[in-house]
Design a protein around this ligand. Structure first.
Ligand code: SAM
Length: 407
């Protein structure tokens, strides 16, 4: 039933519980690295998430600092269930009146893999009924409920005979940092970009060049990482703020600490531009500049509107591990692929001729087009962009002439 401690102890941050941080497929190893760097133990790496443990206040910290995670789920209970009625009865035993304010709002999300039920909507309704019926019985009134995930969110995972009940402390995906009000064409998710940047092993001080920057996600996430800016510093709302026992003081202290770290890191920053970003489209450059400003990193990114092959690449000798990275279109519609073949071939030429001394990375979902680059990839990192299987191809660029930035 309710595990470990009383619900009040779980919510006021004095008791630990199991925490599941969810993320897209292929990203768990990067998420585990982030959790370890934040001093959280790794209990288990799952296909689309990582299990750790901590208090509710630790969840605040994870929401603020994780770049590759989507939702931080704090475990409340686990039990055996055979039927939807068992689910209702077991959930009714949890003291929801100590968890969700009667004048609040709750949304239930479930993932169900059991023969007892075929429809997650039915499970959601059963869970929601158990929660609100219990609160009404104990308090005389009940919170509102519905599909809005910006307030309290309960996540129920029912597989076989095992049911795990979590409080989703994030609500909206942590990938939504709050800076990308102009998304542009086919933008990559911020969390996916963060994982691909980790895969490049960029040292965060050497030159970083993002060709075909679109709305600027790669360039902006690179600058945020280099500055050590907590990714959720701009977000105003998290689901943990809508639970009983929410401590605004704890949250404000964590946020102020992150802001102070950022100010120190900005003061220590002595490079004029950490990142170079270019795109052929004026609309893309305008969107990228707007988003970079919103993220607070515009002054660290040098934007250029040009064909990617005209980008001024900083000297590779300005750092130990310079990186050039791009996410070209990969032609999901008929006829587009043929037109892109030449672009991919030109990427290979540009890498060879202008990026000597760099490591080059191409993120694409089209392996046929990737072959047109004409260089041998030294590594292929697997990722998913929504449901599309993609690769981050890595190229060691040893030779060739290079135009040096500023010449
Ligand atoms: C798939 S989008 C990049 C999206 C980006 N990763 C993001 O998250 O917003 C590809 C971008 O390549 C740009 N582009 C296409 N051909 C180009 C070229 N020859 N030179 C420079 N940019 C180009 C497009 O304008 C578009 O913004």
């Amino acid at each position: 039933m309710a595990i470990h401690s009383s619900d009040t102890e779980l919510l006021n941050g004095t008791a630990k519980s199991r925490i599941l941080v969810t993320c897209p497929k292929q990203i768990p190893p990067y998420l585990a690295q982030e959790l370890e760097a934040l001093d959280f133990p790794i209990a288990e790496i799952a296909p689309a998430g990582v299990f750790t443990s901590g208090t509710m206040h630790d969840c605040y910290k994870l929401n603020l600092h994780l770049r590759t995670g989507h939702r931080v789920l704090f475990q409340l209970a686990r039990f055996y269930v055979r039927t939807p009625d068992d689910l209702y009865k077991s959930l009714s035993k949890i003291a929801w009146e100590d968890i969700i304010p009667t004048d609040g709002y709750v949304s239930v999300i479930s993932s169900v893999e059991t023969e007892a039920i075929s429809n997650t909507m039915f499970a959601n309704v059963k869970c929601k009924d158990a929660i609100v019926d219990r609160i009404r019985a104990k308090c005389g009134s009940r919170p509102d409920s519905g599909s809005d995930t910006s307030k309290a969110v309960v996540f129920v995972y029912w597989k076989g005979l095992h049911c795990n009940v979590y409080l989703d402390t994030s609500g909206e995906s942590l990938s939504k940092r709050g800076y990308r009000s102009m998304p542009g064409q086919a933008p990559m998710r911020e969390s996916l970009v963060a994982a691909t940047l980790m895969a490049t092993k960029w040292d965060r001080t050497s030159p970083f060049v993002n060709l075909m920057c679109g709305s600027g996600t790669i360039a902006i996430e690179a600058a945020l990482m280099a500055l050590g800016q907590a990714p959720a510093l701009l977000r105003e709302n998290f689901s943990f703020m809508h639970l009983c026992g929410y401590s605004p003081t704890t949250w404000v202290n964590l946020r102020d600490e992150a802001r102070a770290m950022l100010s120190r890191s900005k003061a220590a920053q002595n490079q004029p531009f950490l990142v170079t970003a270019s795109d052929i489209s004026s609309a893309s450059i305008a969107a990228a500049e707007h988003n970079a400003k919103a993220a607070g990193v515009a002054e660290y990114i040098r934007f250029q509107r040009c064909d990617f092959a005209e980008t001024e690449v900083p000297s590779a000798s300005d750092g130990a591990s310079p990186v050039v990275m791009l996410n070209p279109e990969y032609g999901e519609r008929m006829g587009e692929e043929a037109k892109l073949e030449d672009t991919y071939k030109r990427i290979g030429d540009f890498f060879k001729q202008q990026c000597g001394g760099y490591r080059g990375y191409v993120f694409t979902g089209n392996m046929h087009l990737a072959k047109k680059i004409g260089l041998k990839a030294s590594r292929r990192h697997e990722f998913y962009n929504a449901d599309i299987e993609c690769r981050l191809l890595e190229y060691e660029l040893y030779s060739g002439t290079r135009r040096v930035f500023g010449e």
